[in-house]
Design a protein around this ligand. Structure first.
Ligand code: HGY
Ligand code: MN
Ligand code: MN
Length: 416
C-alpha cells in the first residue's frame, strides 16, 4: 500500500476548535465535563456530532446500542470500511479530551480528505461508541463489548444506574436507540486515538504512544451486610460494622496491588454506605474494586487473594458478603500490522514515539477481538485524566491526529 506523503496533515486549529465546542456541552463544575452516557447532555453532544458529520457529507448509521457510525464512501463501496473513533460520553468529573479526541480526530480526517479531494478505496466510518466509561451504567466499554459479542445486549439493557434507571429505557428516552443490529458490520481495521491518561509520554518528552497492548481489568462489586445499630450505646464487641469491613477491604486491595509492582494497580473508587447516618453503624456497604495488570496470571492471582481476604475480614467482623464480577477483560495484544501502520506514520511524520501498554480500557480493546485494531496515544499534562483538570496541548492533539490520519488512509488505500 502506498504510504501517504509526509506533508499530509490535519487542520489542527479546526480540530482544536471542535474539541472546545464539544466541551461546552455537559460542562463540569471545574472546567471539565459531566456528559455521562444517555443523559440529556450526551444526547446534545450526539446531535452536535451528527450535524458536523452531515455537514462533512457523511451518512449516519445508528445501532441498537446507540453507537453512531458516520460513513464516508470509498471508491469500492463493497469493501469493508476502515473504522476510526472512540467515545463522547464522559466521567462525572471528566476531562474535555478523554474519548472526544478520538471521535473528533476521526471526523477531522474526513474533513481533511474532503478538503484535499482525496478518495480512498475502502469507505471510512467515524464511530462514537455508546457508554465507554461505565460510570453511570457498568460495565465500561459496554456498546463495543456487545458489538464484539462478549456482552449480552438484552442483559445490559437491564443494567441500572444509582437512581434505578435502566440503560435500555434511557437509550429510548434520549431518542438514540437505532434499528441496526449490533455487531453485523464488517470492519477492515479499527484505529482509536486517545490521550495516554498516564505520565509516561510527557515524562519522557515523547509525542506518540504506539500502543502494542492493553492491560487486563476486573471490576468486582462487593456488598457487605452487617447490622445497623447505635454508634453510642452499642458495645464494640457487639458491632457488625459493614463500614469497617469496607475500609479493611480497601486497604487489602491496595496492599495486594503493591505486591505486584511495577505494573499492577488496584483501587476502590465507587462506594455506597447505608444508611450513611452519623450515629448509625453502617449496616450495608456496596463498593467496586478495580484491579488491572498487563499479565493475566497476575490479574487472576490478585482476584483470588482479594476473595480470600474478603472472606477472612467478614468472618472476623461477623458480616456477610456478596461478590459480583461486573466488568472484565483479559490483557489485549493489538494487531501487529495496524500497530506497524501507526509506528511507520509517526516515523514518517517526524514525531518521536515509543511502544506503550494502555493502562486504561478502551473500545479498541473489545473491537480487537473482531477486527485488526490499533491505538495511537498522545501525552496529557501530568498524566492526569478522569479529573476535570485534564489537559493536553494543541500540538499533542495535532501530532496524534496526524498519525491517526496516516494510519487510517494508508489502510483505506488512497486512490488517485
Ligand atoms: O476504566 C477505564 O479504563 C476507561 O477509562 N473506561
Ligand atoms: Mn476513554
Ligand atoms: Mn475514561
Amino acid at each position: 500500500m502506498a504510504a501517504p506523503g509526509e506533508n499530509l496533515r490535519i487542520n489542527s486549529d479546526r480540530l482544536w476548535d471542535s474539541i472546545m465546542e464539544m466541551a461546552k456541552i455537559g460542562p463540569g463544575v471545574a472546567g471539565g465535563n459531566n456528559r455521562q452516557t444517555l443523559t440529556d447532555a450526551d444526547g446534545e453532544g450526539r446531535q452536535l456530532f451528527k450535524r458536523w458529520c452531515e455537514a462533512a457529507g457523511l451518512e449516519m448509521g445508528l445501532d441498537e446500542m446507540g453507537t453512531m457510525f458516520a460513513r464516508r464512501e470509498g471508491t469500492e463501496p463493497d469493501l469493508p470500511p476502515v473504522y476510526v473513533g472512540s467515545h463522547l460520553d464522559t466521567q462525572p468529573t471528566g476531562g474535555k479530551y478523554d474519548g472526544v479526541l478520538g471521535v473528533l480526530g476521526g471526523l477531522e480526517i474526513v474533513r481533511s480528505l474532503n478538503e484535499l479531494g482525496i478518495k480512498t478505496k475502502h469507505p471510512i466510518v467515524v464511530t462514537n461508541w455508546t457508554n465507554e466509561e461505565g460510570a453511570r451504567f457498568a460495565p465500561a466499554m459496554m456498546a463495543s463489548g456487545v458489538f464484539a459479542g462478549v456482552l449480552d445486549q438484552a442483559d445490559v439493557y437491564e443494567h441500572v444506574d444509582k437512581d434505578g434507571k435502566k440503560f435500555g429505557e434511557e437509550l429510548e428516552r434520549i431518542g438514540w436507540k437505532g434499528s441496526e443490529k449490533v455487531g453485523e458490520r464488517k470492519i477492515h481495521a479499527f484505529f482509536e486515538l486517545h490521550i495516554e491518561q498516564g505520565p509516561i509520554l510527557e515524562d519522557e518528552g515523547i509525542d506518540i504512544g504506539v500502543v502494542t497492548h492493553g492491560q487486563g481489568l476486573k471490576w468486582l462489586q462487593v456488598t457487605l451486610t452487617g447490622k445497623e445499630a447505635h454508634t453510642g450505646s452499642t458495645p464494640m464487641p457487639k458491632r457488625r460494622n459493614a463500614g469497617l469491613g469496607m475500609a479493611r477491604v480497601i486497604e487489602l486491595v491496595h496492599e495486594i496491588a503493591m505486591d505486584y509492582q511495577p505494573d499492577a494497580v488496584g483501587a476502590v473508587g465507587h462506594m455506597e454506605v447505608y444508611p450513611n447516618s452519623r450515629n448509625i453503624i453502617a449496616g450495608r456497604t456496596m463498593f467496586t474494586i478495580d484491579i488491572r495488570s498487563p499479565e493475566k496470571e497476575v490479574l487472576d492471582a490478585m482476584d483470588g487473594r482479594i476473595r480470600e481476604g474478603i472472606d477472612t475480614i467478614c468472618e472476623a467482623l461477623d458480616i456477610q458478603y456478596q461478590i459480583d464480577q461486573v466488568g472484565h477483560f483479559d490483557p489485549v495484544t493489538f494487531d501487529p500490522g495496524c500497530v506497524k501502520a501507526v509506528r511507520d506514520a509517526a516515523e514518517r511524520l517526524g514525531y518521536t514515539h515509543r511502544n506503550i501498554v494502555s493502562g486504561a480500557g478502551h473500545d479498541a480493546c473489545w473491537i480487537n477481538r473482531v477486527a485488526p485494531t490499533a491505538m495511537v496515544m498522545c501525552p496529557c499534562v501530568d498524566g492526569l485524566s478522569h479529573n476535570e483538570a485534564e489537559e493536553i496541548t494543541k500540538e499533542w492533539a495535532a501530532a496524534g491526529a496526524d498519525v491517526l490520519f496516516h494510519a487510517v488512509v494508508e489502510t483505506a488505500v488512497i486512490v488517485g
